[in-house]
Design a protein around this ligand. Sequence first.
Ligand code: NAD
Ligand code: DAU
Length: 340
Amino acid sequence: MKIIVTGGAGFIGSNFIFHMLKKYPDYRIICLDCLTYAGNLSTLASVMDAPNFRFVKESITDRKAVFALFEEEHPDMVVNFAAESHVDRSIEDPEVFLDTNIKGTAVLMDACRKYNIRRYHQVSTDEVYGDLPLDRPDLFFTEETPIHTSSPYSSSKAAADLLVLAYHRTYGLPVTISRCSNNYGPYHFPEKLIPLMIANALNDKPLPVYGKGENVRDWLYVEDHCKAIDLIIHKGREGEVYNIGGHNEMKNIDIVKIICRELGKPESLITYVTDRKGHDMRYAIDPTKIFQELGWLPETKFADGIKKTIRWYLDNREWWETILSGEYQDYYEKMYARRI
Ligand code: NAD
Ligand code: DAU
């Protein structure tokens, strides 16, 4: 089996590559990633020399390069993680989100059509469903929940999902889509809530909580997401959408307090800052379908996952300190100066 994994130098894609190479030593994995600010080749250092792994630095929006890679490799499957993934950046500047997340998806699927791929898997997000009110804990996102997006990011992901389903119906492309809740774990880029708070706390910097910190996210350890995708690409039904989530809803402020406690840092570091525009209140996934059809259940409890994650950031300071010392610093100063 030959699988092209796009966006494999990012957070979830890299964790997926590690999972697949370990579990399926006979598979050949080709990582296609153009290394945006969020892609980091050092993340893949441990697999770079593996005989069944290849890294290709190209953009999924580059039709010529994508078709040339398919011509050379004739992959069996494509798992598309490549995306612009940060909501705040999409609010600042939506254009690249449209290019990568929508056009890039179409380019990949055109190549899949030409080369008769066995499975195209789109890694999507629960954000395509919009948000749920805080006072209705009985409501959850199912696969039938209408698409109702809030940010340019989630709109671009939703547009891509619609294209994927259209390619299935119109051309018979063998596709699957997964819509997952918030992931956390190793190699999470330190612009996202959990790694940002860990890095800031370790540097005794203010912990910027948007609004009142009451927004709720449904956190899933990244390895559990990777295992779910593994199941879907092997056993999921073509043309189907699968929700993935941990039934682990938490308020942002509670997460930040846990991080303070685990690191022995004072809660006085917490600073309430201007809210995100259009900020989604609550995400909550109903994962019944993937449980009933494929037997998937999350394995890592949040209490353990957050400890493992914090340990990883303590043991891998060089990884995130290198990121924080680069051009990311300009982004941080620009974004957060405006919020305070
Ligand atoms: P990330 O930002 O950490 O990584 C994205 C990767 O894609 C980077 O390596 C980047 O270099 C690469 N990339 C970006 N544009 C590209 C292009 N044009 N061509 C090739 N490569 C490109 O993202 P992540 O958090 O790992 O998310 C991966 C996927 O999972 C995304 O599609 C995202 O929408 C989805 N998702 C993320 C979460 C989450 O909590 N992080 C939850 C659900 C779904
Ligand atoms: O739900 C899945 C989505 O989860 C993915 O599709 C996205 O790619 C991923 O980035 C994530 O989106 P969120 O917007 O939920 O994640 P983020 O880590 O940016 O923010 C989590 C919550 O924390 C959100 O309510 C905003 C808040 N927040 C975030 C940052 C960066 C803060 O309060 N302060 C911060 O500095």
